[in-house]
Write a protein that binds this ligand. Structure first.
Ligand SMILES: C[S@@+](CC[C@H](N)C(=O)[O-])C[C@H]1O[C@@H](n2cnc3c(N)ncnc32)[C@H](O)[C@@H]1O
Length: 550
Protein backbone atom coordinates (compact mmCIF):
# COMPACT_ATOMS: atom_id res chain seq x y z
CA UNK A 1 0.00 0.00 0.00
CA UNK A 2 1.42 3.45 -0.87
CA UNK A 3 2.08 5.99 1.85
CA UNK A 4 -1.00 8.11 2.30
CA UNK A 5 -2.17 10.76 4.65
CA UNK A 6 -5.60 12.18 5.38
CA UNK A 7 -6.11 15.71 4.15
CA UNK A 8 -9.67 16.90 3.48
CA UNK A 9 -11.53 15.62 6.52
CA UNK A 10 -10.29 12.10 6.19
CA UNK A 11 -9.46 11.58 2.51
CA UNK A 12 -6.77 8.97 1.92
CA UNK A 13 -4.24 10.39 -0.58
CA UNK A 14 -0.57 10.32 -1.52
CA UNK A 15 1.60 13.26 -0.44
CA UNK A 16 4.15 13.16 -3.25
CA UNK A 17 4.66 16.67 -4.72
CA UNK A 18 4.06 17.33 -8.41
CA UNK A 19 7.35 18.03 -10.21
CA UNK A 20 6.43 16.51 -13.56
CA UNK A 21 6.97 19.69 -15.58
CA UNK A 22 9.69 21.22 -13.36
CA UNK A 23 12.62 20.40 -15.70
CA UNK A 24 12.77 21.65 -19.31
CA UNK A 25 11.50 18.98 -21.71
CA UNK A 26 12.85 18.84 -25.25
CA UNK A 27 9.35 17.96 -26.46
CA UNK A 28 6.35 18.20 -24.20
CA UNK A 29 4.20 15.08 -24.72
CA UNK A 30 0.40 15.17 -24.53
CA UNK A 31 -0.83 14.90 -20.99
CA UNK A 32 -1.94 11.41 -19.90
CA UNK A 33 -3.31 9.96 -16.67
CA UNK A 34 -0.33 7.57 -16.42
CA UNK A 35 1.69 6.16 -13.52
CA UNK A 36 3.79 9.35 -13.16
CA UNK A 37 0.70 11.53 -12.92
CA UNK A 38 -1.03 9.09 -10.58
CA UNK A 39 1.81 9.34 -8.04
CA UNK A 40 1.51 13.12 -7.74
CA UNK A 41 -2.13 13.59 -8.74
CA UNK A 42 -3.56 14.73 -5.37
CA UNK A 43 -0.92 17.46 -5.14
CA UNK A 44 -1.32 18.40 -8.81
CA UNK A 45 -5.07 18.79 -8.75
CA UNK A 46 -5.10 20.69 -5.46
CA UNK A 47 -2.47 23.17 -6.68
CA UNK A 48 -4.00 23.50 -10.18
CA UNK A 49 -7.79 23.60 -9.71
CA UNK A 50 -8.89 26.57 -7.60
CA UNK A 51 -11.27 25.46 -4.87
CA UNK A 52 -10.85 21.76 -5.63
CA UNK A 53 -11.05 20.45 -2.02
CA UNK A 54 -14.17 22.58 -1.39
CA UNK A 55 -15.77 21.43 -4.63
CA UNK A 56 -15.18 17.76 -3.79
CA UNK A 57 -16.46 18.15 -0.26
CA UNK A 58 -19.56 20.07 -1.39
CA UNK A 59 -20.20 17.45 -4.02
CA UNK A 60 -20.58 14.95 -1.18
CA UNK A 61 -22.93 17.31 0.67
CA UNK A 62 -25.04 17.87 -2.47
CA UNK A 63 -25.13 14.17 -3.29
CA UNK A 64 -26.48 13.43 0.18
CA UNK A 65 -29.54 15.55 -0.75
CA UNK A 66 -30.26 13.52 -3.85
CA UNK A 67 -29.20 9.99 -2.90
CA UNK A 68 -32.17 7.61 -2.90
CA UNK A 69 -32.41 4.38 -0.92
CA UNK A 70 -31.04 1.28 -2.62
CA UNK A 71 -29.68 3.16 -5.61
CA UNK A 72 -26.34 3.62 -7.32
CA UNK A 73 -24.15 6.73 -7.08
CA UNK A 74 -21.70 7.07 -9.96
CA UNK A 75 -18.30 8.73 -9.81
CA UNK A 76 -17.34 8.98 -13.48
CA UNK A 77 -13.68 9.61 -14.28
CA UNK A 78 -13.00 8.79 -10.66
CA UNK A 79 -9.18 9.11 -10.79
CA UNK A 80 -7.99 8.32 -7.28
CA UNK A 81 -11.53 8.33 -5.91
CA UNK A 82 -11.57 11.71 -4.16
CA UNK A 83 -15.25 12.12 -5.08
CA UNK A 84 -16.03 8.53 -4.12
CA UNK A 85 -14.46 9.16 -0.73
CA UNK A 86 -16.53 12.36 -0.31
CA UNK A 87 -19.69 10.43 -1.25
CA UNK A 88 -18.82 7.85 1.38
CA UNK A 89 -18.28 10.54 4.00
CA UNK A 90 -21.56 12.35 3.38
CA UNK A 91 -24.19 9.98 2.04
CA UNK A 92 -26.06 8.16 4.79
CA UNK A 93 -28.99 6.87 2.73
CA UNK A 94 -29.78 3.18 3.19
CA UNK A 95 -28.67 0.71 0.59
CA UNK A 96 -26.65 3.12 -1.59
CA UNK A 97 -23.52 1.94 -3.30
CA UNK A 98 -20.91 3.80 -5.31
CA UNK A 99 -19.64 2.77 -8.71
CA UNK A 100 -16.40 4.55 -9.62
CA UNK A 101 -15.25 4.30 -13.21
CA UNK A 102 -11.98 5.34 -14.83
CA UNK A 103 -10.21 4.17 -17.97
CA UNK A 104 -6.70 4.72 -16.60
CA UNK A 105 -5.38 1.42 -15.23
CA UNK A 106 -2.83 3.24 -13.07
CA UNK A 107 -5.56 5.44 -11.53
CA UNK A 108 -7.85 2.49 -10.88
CA UNK A 109 -5.16 0.42 -9.20
CA UNK A 110 -4.16 3.25 -6.86
CA UNK A 111 -7.79 4.25 -6.27
CA UNK A 112 -8.58 0.75 -4.97
CA UNK A 113 -5.66 0.98 -2.55
CA UNK A 114 -6.79 4.37 -1.24
CA UNK A 115 -10.35 3.16 -0.80
CA UNK A 116 -9.09 0.24 1.23
CA UNK A 117 -7.21 2.82 3.30
CA UNK A 118 -10.42 4.78 3.79
CA UNK A 119 -12.23 1.56 4.72
CA UNK A 120 -9.78 1.05 7.55
CA UNK A 121 -10.32 4.62 8.86
CA UNK A 122 -14.12 4.60 9.00
CA UNK A 123 -16.85 2.20 9.86
CA UNK A 124 -20.01 1.64 7.87
CA UNK A 125 -18.82 3.18 4.62
CA UNK A 126 -20.89 2.76 1.47
CA UNK A 127 -19.73 -0.21 -0.57
CA UNK A 128 -17.74 0.78 -3.66
CA UNK A 129 -17.02 -1.00 -6.89
CA UNK A 130 -14.14 0.47 -8.90
CA UNK A 131 -14.39 -0.34 -12.59
CA UNK A 132 -11.56 0.11 -15.07
CA UNK A 133 -13.43 1.06 -18.20
CA UNK A 134 -14.54 3.71 -20.63
CA UNK A 135 -17.51 5.74 -19.38
CA UNK A 136 -18.60 6.11 -23.01
CA UNK A 137 -19.18 2.35 -23.17
CA UNK A 138 -20.64 1.94 -19.70
CA UNK A 139 -23.96 0.12 -19.20
CA UNK A 140 -25.57 2.44 -16.67
CA UNK A 141 -27.69 1.11 -13.83
CA UNK A 142 -30.58 3.22 -12.47
CA UNK A 143 -28.80 5.92 -10.46
CA UNK A 144 -29.85 8.69 -8.10
CA UNK A 145 -26.57 10.63 -8.37
CA UNK A 146 -24.03 10.86 -11.16
CA UNK A 147 -20.89 12.91 -10.52
CA UNK A 148 -18.73 14.13 -13.38
CA UNK A 149 -16.06 16.05 -11.52
CA UNK A 150 -13.72 17.67 -14.08
CA UNK A 151 -14.12 14.66 -16.36
CA UNK A 152 -16.44 15.77 -19.17
CA UNK A 153 -13.76 18.17 -20.42
CA UNK A 154 -11.55 15.16 -21.21
CA UNK A 155 -14.24 13.53 -23.36
CA UNK A 156 -14.14 14.36 -27.06
CA UNK A 157 -16.54 17.32 -27.57
CA UNK A 158 -18.61 15.48 -30.18
CA UNK A 159 -19.27 12.64 -27.72
CA UNK A 160 -20.34 14.78 -24.77
CA UNK A 161 -24.00 15.16 -25.65
CA UNK A 162 -24.48 11.43 -26.22
CA UNK A 163 -22.86 10.66 -22.85
CA UNK A 164 -25.05 13.19 -21.04
CA UNK A 165 -28.11 11.84 -22.72
CA UNK A 166 -27.28 8.29 -21.55
CA UNK A 167 -26.73 9.61 -18.03
CA UNK A 168 -30.11 11.36 -18.24
CA UNK A 169 -31.75 8.08 -19.18
CA UNK A 170 -30.16 6.25 -16.27
CA UNK A 171 -31.20 8.84 -13.66
CA UNK A 172 -34.12 7.90 -11.41
CA UNK A 173 -36.90 10.49 -11.18
CA UNK A 174 -35.60 13.24 -8.90
CA UNK A 175 -32.00 12.10 -9.40
CA UNK A 176 -29.15 14.54 -10.06
CA UNK A 177 -26.18 14.95 -12.34
CA UNK A 178 -23.47 16.94 -10.55
CA UNK A 179 -21.13 18.42 -13.10
CA UNK A 180 -17.95 20.42 -12.38
CA UNK A 181 -15.85 21.73 -15.24
CA UNK A 182 -13.26 24.28 -16.13
CA UNK A 183 -15.00 26.95 -18.25
CA UNK A 184 -14.02 28.72 -21.39
CA UNK A 185 -15.40 32.25 -21.79
CA UNK A 186 -16.85 33.49 -25.05
CA UNK A 187 -15.81 37.02 -24.29
CA UNK A 188 -12.09 37.30 -25.14
CA UNK A 189 -11.34 39.85 -22.40
CA UNK A 190 -13.13 37.84 -19.76
CA UNK A 191 -11.34 34.69 -20.90
CA UNK A 192 -7.93 36.43 -20.72
CA UNK A 193 -8.69 37.74 -17.23
CA UNK A 194 -9.70 34.31 -15.93
CA UNK A 195 -6.64 32.71 -17.54
CA UNK A 196 -4.39 35.28 -15.81
CA UNK A 197 -6.09 34.58 -12.49
CA UNK A 198 -5.61 30.86 -12.98
CA UNK A 199 -1.89 31.32 -13.71
CA UNK A 200 -1.60 33.53 -10.62
CA UNK A 201 -3.28 30.79 -8.58
CA UNK A 202 -0.75 28.22 -9.79
CA UNK A 203 2.15 30.59 -9.20
CA UNK A 204 0.93 31.24 -5.66
CA UNK A 205 0.89 27.47 -5.17
CA UNK A 206 4.61 27.25 -6.00
CA UNK A 207 4.56 26.32 -9.69
CA UNK A 208 7.32 27.98 -11.75
CA UNK A 209 6.67 29.77 -15.05
CA UNK A 210 8.32 26.81 -16.81
CA UNK A 211 6.05 24.29 -15.11
CA UNK A 212 2.96 26.34 -15.93
CA UNK A 213 3.96 26.75 -19.59
CA UNK A 214 4.91 23.08 -20.10
CA UNK A 215 1.75 21.81 -18.38
CA UNK A 216 -0.36 24.12 -20.56
CA UNK A 217 1.18 22.83 -23.74
CA UNK A 218 0.82 19.21 -22.53
CA UNK A 219 -2.84 19.54 -21.72
CA UNK A 220 -4.21 21.77 -24.46
CA UNK A 221 -4.76 18.91 -26.92
CA UNK A 222 -6.33 16.69 -24.29
CA UNK A 223 -8.56 18.92 -22.22
CA UNK A 224 -11.09 21.05 -24.11
CA UNK A 225 -13.32 23.12 -21.84
CA UNK A 226 -16.74 24.35 -22.99
CA UNK A 227 -18.31 27.73 -22.26
CA UNK A 228 -21.15 28.01 -19.76
CA UNK A 229 -23.50 28.68 -22.71
CA UNK A 230 -22.42 25.41 -24.33
CA UNK A 231 -23.05 23.51 -21.10
CA UNK A 232 -26.49 25.07 -20.73
CA UNK A 233 -27.44 24.50 -24.32
CA UNK A 234 -26.57 20.85 -23.94
CA UNK A 235 -29.17 20.54 -21.20
CA UNK A 236 -31.99 21.32 -23.67
CA UNK A 237 -29.89 19.36 -26.13
CA UNK A 238 -32.36 16.52 -26.50
CA UNK A 239 -34.79 19.02 -27.98
CA UNK A 240 -32.10 20.61 -30.14
CA UNK A 241 -31.08 17.14 -31.35
CA UNK A 242 -34.66 16.26 -32.17
CA UNK A 243 -35.02 19.44 -34.20
CA UNK A 244 -31.59 19.31 -35.86
CA UNK A 245 -31.90 19.46 -39.63
CA UNK A 246 -35.44 20.87 -39.44
CA UNK A 247 -36.43 24.48 -40.05
CA UNK A 248 -36.68 24.79 -36.26
CA UNK A 249 -33.00 23.97 -35.57
CA UNK A 250 -31.80 27.57 -35.09
CA UNK A 251 -34.72 28.42 -32.86
CA UNK A 252 -34.13 25.29 -30.71
CA UNK A 253 -30.58 26.44 -30.04
CA UNK A 254 -31.79 29.72 -28.54
CA UNK A 255 -34.33 28.20 -26.18
CA UNK A 256 -32.11 27.41 -23.23
CA UNK A 257 -31.07 31.03 -22.87
CA UNK A 258 -34.70 32.16 -23.16
CA UNK A 259 -35.75 29.57 -20.57
CA UNK A 260 -32.95 30.60 -18.18
CA UNK A 261 -34.09 34.22 -18.39
CA UNK A 262 -37.68 33.21 -17.65
CA UNK A 263 -36.51 31.09 -14.73
CA UNK A 264 -34.51 34.00 -13.30
CA UNK A 265 -37.67 36.11 -13.25
CA UNK A 266 -39.67 33.20 -11.87
CA UNK A 267 -42.96 33.43 -10.01
CA UNK A 268 -43.86 34.06 -6.36
CA UNK A 269 -45.25 30.55 -5.88
CA UNK A 270 -42.50 28.67 -7.70
CA UNK A 271 -40.72 27.74 -4.48
CA UNK A 272 -43.88 26.19 -3.03
CA UNK A 273 -44.57 24.27 -6.25
CA UNK A 274 -40.94 23.18 -6.39
CA UNK A 275 -41.32 21.72 -2.89
CA UNK A 276 -44.37 19.80 -4.09
CA UNK A 277 -42.33 18.46 -7.01
CA UNK A 278 -39.49 17.51 -4.66
CA UNK A 279 -41.95 15.62 -2.47
CA UNK A 280 -43.05 13.33 -5.30
CA UNK A 281 -42.01 9.74 -4.62
CA UNK A 282 -39.00 8.49 -6.54
CA UNK A 283 -40.46 5.57 -8.39
CA UNK A 284 -40.46 4.37 -11.97
CA UNK A 285 -43.52 3.27 -13.91
CA UNK A 286 -43.64 -0.30 -15.15
CA UNK A 287 -46.78 0.51 -17.14
CA UNK A 288 -47.33 3.61 -19.29
CA UNK A 289 -50.50 4.22 -21.28
CA UNK A 290 -50.77 7.45 -23.27
CA UNK A 291 -53.11 5.99 -25.87
CA UNK A 292 -56.30 5.18 -23.99
CA UNK A 293 -55.86 7.82 -21.33
CA UNK A 294 -52.98 9.04 -19.25
CA UNK A 295 -52.01 6.28 -16.92
CA UNK A 296 -48.71 5.42 -15.21
CA UNK A 297 -48.46 2.52 -12.83
CA UNK A 298 -46.15 0.23 -10.93
CA UNK A 299 -46.28 -1.90 -7.80
CA UNK A 300 -46.32 0.57 -4.92
CA UNK A 301 -47.57 0.56 -1.38
CA UNK A 302 -50.19 2.74 0.32
CA UNK A 303 -47.57 4.98 1.85
CA UNK A 304 -46.04 5.81 -1.54
CA UNK A 305 -49.49 6.39 -2.98
CA UNK A 306 -50.36 8.76 -0.11
CA UNK A 307 -47.08 10.62 -0.67
CA UNK A 308 -47.90 10.90 -4.39
CA UNK A 309 -51.38 12.21 -3.64
CA UNK A 310 -50.18 14.86 -1.17
CA UNK A 311 -47.46 16.09 -3.52
CA UNK A 312 -49.84 16.30 -6.49
CA UNK A 313 -52.44 18.08 -4.34
CA UNK A 314 -49.72 20.66 -3.63
CA UNK A 315 -49.90 21.52 -7.35
CA UNK A 316 -53.68 22.21 -7.31
CA UNK A 317 -55.79 23.45 -8.99
CA UNK A 318 -55.64 20.83 -11.75
CA UNK A 319 -57.63 21.87 -14.82
CA UNK A 320 -56.90 19.53 -17.75
CA UNK A 321 -56.79 15.75 -17.37
CA UNK A 322 -57.64 13.29 -15.83
CA UNK A 323 -54.42 11.55 -14.85
CA UNK A 324 -54.03 8.14 -13.25
CA UNK A 325 -50.66 8.33 -11.57
CA UNK A 326 -49.61 5.23 -9.66
CA UNK A 327 -53.08 4.55 -8.30
CA UNK A 328 -53.89 8.23 -7.64
CA UNK A 329 -56.77 9.46 -9.80
CA UNK A 330 -56.30 13.19 -10.46
CA UNK A 331 -59.89 14.11 -11.20
CA UNK A 332 -59.31 17.39 -13.02
CA UNK A 333 -61.87 20.13 -13.68
CA UNK A 334 -62.10 19.09 -17.34
CA UNK A 335 -62.75 15.68 -18.83
CA UNK A 336 -60.17 16.52 -21.50
CA UNK A 337 -60.17 12.83 -22.45
CA UNK A 338 -63.72 13.31 -23.80
CA UNK A 339 -62.60 16.15 -26.03
CA UNK A 340 -59.60 14.13 -27.18
CA UNK A 341 -61.78 11.20 -28.16
CA UNK A 342 -63.98 13.54 -30.23
CA UNK A 343 -61.02 15.20 -31.98
CA UNK A 344 -58.32 12.55 -32.38
CA UNK A 345 -60.20 10.28 -34.84
CA UNK A 346 -60.05 13.15 -37.36
CA UNK A 347 -56.26 13.53 -37.13
CA UNK A 348 -53.27 11.56 -38.27
CA UNK A 349 -50.45 12.52 -35.93
CA UNK A 350 -48.06 9.68 -36.71
CA UNK A 351 -44.49 10.95 -37.06
CA UNK A 352 -45.64 14.58 -36.81
CA UNK A 353 -43.69 17.46 -35.28
CA UNK A 354 -46.29 19.34 -33.29
CA UNK A 355 -46.72 22.72 -31.62
CA UNK A 356 -49.43 23.01 -28.97
CA UNK A 357 -50.23 26.67 -28.33
CA UNK A 358 -51.72 27.17 -24.88
CA UNK A 359 -50.77 23.64 -23.90
CA UNK A 360 -51.84 24.00 -20.24
CA UNK A 361 -50.30 21.24 -18.15
CA UNK A 362 -49.47 19.23 -21.27
CA UNK A 363 -52.28 16.68 -21.03
CA UNK A 364 -52.93 16.74 -24.79
CA UNK A 365 -49.20 16.75 -25.58
CA UNK A 366 -48.78 13.29 -24.06
CA UNK A 367 -51.97 12.11 -25.77
CA UNK A 368 -50.44 13.33 -29.06
CA UNK A 369 -47.35 11.22 -28.33
CA UNK A 370 -49.71 8.33 -27.56
CA UNK A 371 -51.19 8.86 -31.03
CA UNK A 372 -47.73 8.45 -32.58
CA UNK A 373 -46.41 12.03 -32.81
CA UNK A 374 -42.66 12.37 -33.32
CA UNK A 375 -42.27 15.31 -30.94
CA UNK A 376 -44.45 17.90 -29.27
CA UNK A 377 -43.51 21.35 -28.05
CA UNK A 378 -46.07 23.16 -25.93
CA UNK A 379 -46.07 26.83 -24.97
CA UNK A 380 -48.04 28.22 -22.07
CA UNK A 381 -46.98 31.10 -19.84
CA UNK A 382 -48.67 29.70 -16.72
CA UNK A 383 -46.02 28.57 -14.21
CA UNK A 384 -48.36 26.25 -12.30
CA UNK A 385 -49.13 24.36 -15.51
CA UNK A 386 -45.39 24.21 -16.20
CA UNK A 387 -44.87 22.61 -12.77
CA UNK A 388 -47.75 20.15 -13.29
CA UNK A 389 -46.14 19.18 -16.59
CA UNK A 390 -42.83 18.52 -14.80
CA UNK A 391 -44.64 16.39 -12.21
CA UNK A 392 -45.82 13.95 -14.87
CA UNK A 393 -42.92 14.26 -17.29
CA UNK A 394 -40.39 13.15 -14.67
CA UNK A 395 -41.94 9.68 -14.66
CA UNK A 396 -41.70 9.26 -18.42
CA UNK A 397 -38.19 8.38 -19.48
CA UNK A 398 -37.24 10.89 -22.17
CA UNK A 399 -40.61 11.42 -23.84
CA UNK A 400 -40.35 13.76 -26.79
CA UNK A 401 -42.47 16.45 -25.18
CA UNK A 402 -41.18 19.85 -24.07
CA UNK A 403 -43.14 22.50 -22.20
CA UNK A 404 -41.88 26.04 -22.63
CA UNK A 405 -43.30 28.52 -20.12
CA UNK A 406 -43.59 31.26 -22.75
CA UNK A 407 -46.53 33.15 -24.22
CA UNK A 408 -47.17 32.38 -27.89
CA UNK A 409 -46.10 35.95 -28.77
CA UNK A 410 -42.56 35.16 -27.58
CA UNK A 411 -42.06 32.68 -30.42
CA UNK A 412 -40.11 34.19 -33.31
CA UNK A 413 -42.08 34.97 -36.49
CA UNK A 414 -42.11 32.64 -39.49
CA UNK A 415 -40.96 29.45 -37.76
CA UNK A 416 -42.51 27.43 -40.61
CA UNK A 417 -41.37 24.15 -39.08
CA UNK A 418 -44.30 22.28 -37.52
CA UNK A 419 -46.39 19.65 -39.30
CA UNK A 420 -49.35 20.24 -37.01
CA UNK A 421 -50.23 23.22 -34.83
CA UNK A 422 -52.90 22.98 -32.14
CA UNK A 423 -54.62 26.02 -30.68
CA UNK A 424 -57.26 24.85 -28.25
CA UNK A 425 -59.12 27.21 -25.94
CA UNK A 426 -56.95 30.20 -26.91
CA UNK A 427 -58.65 31.87 -29.88
CA UNK A 428 -61.54 33.53 -27.97
CA UNK A 429 -59.01 35.20 -25.66
CA UNK A 430 -57.35 37.01 -28.58
CA UNK A 431 -58.20 40.60 -29.31
CA UNK A 432 -57.06 40.22 -32.91
CA UNK A 433 -58.38 36.86 -34.07
CA UNK A 434 -57.16 37.06 -37.67
CA UNK A 435 -53.66 38.00 -36.47
CA UNK A 436 -53.74 34.89 -34.29
CA UNK A 437 -54.70 32.72 -37.28
CA UNK A 438 -51.87 34.23 -39.33
CA UNK A 439 -49.37 33.68 -36.52
CA UNK A 440 -50.45 30.03 -36.22
CA UNK A 441 -50.11 29.64 -39.98
CA UNK A 442 -46.56 31.05 -39.81
CA UNK A 443 -45.56 28.20 -37.49
CA UNK A 444 -46.62 25.54 -40.01
CA UNK A 445 -44.65 23.95 -42.82
CA UNK A 446 -46.31 24.29 -46.21
CA UNK A 447 -49.14 21.76 -46.32
CA UNK A 448 -49.15 21.53 -42.49
CA UNK A 449 -52.36 21.22 -40.52
CA UNK A 450 -53.99 23.55 -38.01
CA UNK A 451 -56.30 22.17 -35.32
CA UNK A 452 -58.30 25.05 -33.89
CA UNK A 453 -60.69 24.64 -30.98
CA UNK A 454 -62.69 27.57 -29.74
CA UNK A 455 -66.02 28.85 -28.44
CA UNK A 456 -68.63 29.39 -31.15
CA UNK A 457 -72.24 30.56 -31.43
CA UNK A 458 -75.10 29.44 -33.68
CA UNK A 459 -75.60 31.35 -36.92
CA UNK A 460 -74.54 32.03 -40.50
CA UNK A 461 -71.23 33.42 -41.75
CA UNK A 462 -72.17 36.96 -40.69
CA UNK A 463 -72.80 36.01 -37.09
CA UNK A 464 -70.28 36.79 -34.34
CA UNK A 465 -70.73 37.52 -30.66
CA UNK A 466 -68.50 40.08 -28.95
CA UNK A 467 -69.50 40.12 -25.27
CA UNK A 468 -70.03 43.58 -23.84
CA UNK A 469 -68.30 42.57 -20.61
CA UNK A 470 -67.79 39.12 -19.10
CA UNK A 471 -68.66 35.82 -20.74
CA UNK A 472 -69.35 32.89 -18.37
CA UNK A 473 -67.58 35.06 -15.77
CA UNK A 474 -64.41 35.29 -17.89
CA UNK A 475 -63.22 38.86 -18.42
CA UNK A 476 -60.97 38.37 -21.42
CA UNK A 477 -63.32 36.87 -24.02
CA UNK A 478 -63.42 38.76 -27.32
CA UNK A 479 -64.77 36.98 -30.40
CA UNK A 480 -67.22 34.05 -30.55
CA UNK A 481 -67.95 33.53 -34.25
CA UNK A 482 -70.40 31.07 -35.77
CA UNK A 483 -68.77 28.03 -37.37
CA UNK A 484 -69.37 29.38 -40.92
CA UNK A 485 -67.86 32.75 -39.91
CA UNK A 486 -64.82 31.06 -38.41
CA UNK A 487 -64.38 28.94 -41.55
CA UNK A 488 -64.55 32.10 -43.63
CA UNK A 489 -61.92 33.81 -41.44
CA UNK A 490 -59.64 30.81 -41.84
CA UNK A 491 -60.00 30.93 -45.63
CA UNK A 492 -59.32 34.67 -45.61
CA UNK A 493 -56.17 34.00 -43.57
CA UNK A 494 -55.04 31.72 -46.39
CA UNK A 495 -55.94 28.26 -45.09
CA UNK A 496 -57.43 25.61 -47.39
CA UNK A 497 -59.39 22.39 -46.81
CA UNK A 498 -61.13 24.08 -43.90
CA UNK A 499 -63.53 21.70 -42.20
CA UNK A 500 -65.33 21.55 -38.90
CA UNK A 501 -64.94 18.10 -37.31
CA UNK A 502 -66.82 18.60 -34.06
CA UNK A 503 -69.30 20.93 -32.41
CA UNK A 504 -70.41 20.23 -28.88
CA UNK A 505 -72.10 22.06 -26.08
CA UNK A 506 -70.01 21.93 -22.94
CA UNK A 507 -71.88 20.09 -20.22
CA UNK A 508 -71.58 20.40 -16.47
CA UNK A 509 -70.37 16.79 -16.53
CA UNK A 510 -67.45 17.71 -18.80
CA UNK A 511 -66.36 20.82 -16.87
CA UNK A 512 -66.96 20.79 -13.11
CA UNK A 513 -65.41 21.45 -9.72
CA UNK A 514 -63.66 18.48 -8.08
CA UNK A 515 -61.46 18.02 -5.04
CA UNK A 516 -58.52 18.76 -7.39
CA UNK A 517 -60.08 22.05 -8.56
CA UNK A 518 -62.07 23.53 -5.72
CA UNK A 519 -62.91 26.87 -7.30
CA UNK A 520 -66.10 27.69 -9.19
CA UNK A 521 -66.72 25.88 -12.44
CA UNK A 522 -69.21 25.79 -15.32
CA UNK A 523 -72.37 25.20 -13.24
CA UNK A 524 -71.62 28.44 -11.38
CA UNK A 525 -71.22 30.29 -14.67
CA UNK A 526 -74.56 29.18 -16.16
CA UNK A 527 -78.00 30.61 -15.51
CA UNK A 528 -79.26 28.36 -12.68
CA UNK A 529 -82.79 28.36 -14.22
CA UNK A 530 -81.73 27.77 -17.79
CA UNK A 531 -78.49 25.96 -18.68
CA UNK A 532 -78.73 27.12 -22.30
CA UNK A 533 -77.59 30.57 -21.10
CA UNK A 534 -74.58 31.87 -19.26
CA UNK A 535 -75.06 33.77 -16.03
CA UNK A 536 -74.84 36.96 -18.14
CA UNK A 537 -77.72 35.76 -20.36
CA UNK A 538 -75.49 34.95 -23.36
CA UNK A 539 -75.58 31.61 -25.25
CA UNK A 540 -74.00 28.85 -23.10
CA UNK A 541 -70.54 27.60 -24.09
CA UNK A 542 -70.45 25.61 -27.31
CA UNK A 543 -67.15 24.58 -28.81
CA UNK A 544 -66.09 23.73 -32.34
CA UNK A 545 -62.99 21.99 -33.62
CA UNK A 546 -61.86 23.05 -37.06
CA UNK A 547 -59.10 21.48 -39.08
CA UNK A 548 -57.45 23.44 -41.89
CA UNK A 549 -54.43 23.14 -44.14
CA UNK A 550 -51.74 25.72 -44.93
C1 LIG B 1 -9.38 15.42 -14.00
S1 LIG B 1 -9.61 13.77 -13.72
C2 LIG B 1 -11.04 13.71 -12.71
C3 LIG B 1 -10.80 14.01 -11.32
C4 LIG B 1 -11.69 13.27 -10.36
N1 LIG B 1 -13.05 13.14 -10.81
C5 LIG B 1 -11.62 14.02 -9.04
O1 LIG B 1 -12.55 14.78 -8.77
O2 LIG B 1 -10.67 13.84 -8.33
C6 LIG B 1 -10.28 13.05 -15.17
C7 LIG B 1 -10.34 11.55 -15.06
O3 LIG B 1 -11.21 11.08 -16.08
C8 LIG B 1 -10.66 9.86 -16.58
N2 LIG B 1 -11.22 9.67 -17.92
C9 LIG B 1 -11.06 10.43 -19.04
N3 LIG B 1 -11.76 9.90 -20.07
C10 LIG B 1 -12.39 8.82 -19.59
C11 LIG B 1 -13.26 7.86 -20.17
N4 LIG B 1 -13.63 7.94 -21.44
N5 LIG B 1 -13.74 6.86 -19.39
C12 LIG B 1 -13.38 6.77 -18.09
N6 LIG B 1 -12.56 7.65 -17.50
C13 LIG B 1 -12.07 8.67 -18.23
C14 LIG B 1 -9.16 10.09 -16.54
O4 LIG B 1 -8.44 8.87 -16.52
C15 LIG B 1 -9.01 10.86 -15.25
O5 LIG B 1 -8.73 10.03 -14.18
Amino acid sequence: MPAFSTDTAGTAVSKEPDRIFAKPLAQVPDFAFNEDVVRVFPDMIKRSVPGYPTIVENLGVLAAQFAQPNSVLYDLGSSLGAVTQALRRHVRTDGCRVIAVDNSAAMVERCREYLNGQDSMFQELLPVEVIEGDILALEFKPASVVALNFTLQFIAPEQRTALLSRIRQSLLPGGALILSEKLRFNDAEEHALLTDLHVAFKRANGYSELEIAQKRSAIENVMKPDSLEEHRERLLAALARRLAGTPLADWANTLQVQLDKKMEKGHGDLERWQSALDALPKIQPSEIDLLNGLKLDTDCNDETRAQMRTALMGLSPWRKGPFDLFGVHVDTEWRSDWKWSRVSPHLDLKGKRILDVGCGNGYYMWRMLGAGADSVIGVDPNWLFFCQFQAVQRYLSEPNAWHLPFPFEDLPPNLEGFDTVFSMGVFYHRRSPIEHLLALKDCLVKGGELVLETLVVEGDKHQVLVPEDRYAQMRNVWFLPSVPALELWLRRAGFTDVKCVDVSTTTVEEQRGTEWMKYQSLSDFLDPEDHSKTIEGLPAPMRAVIVARK
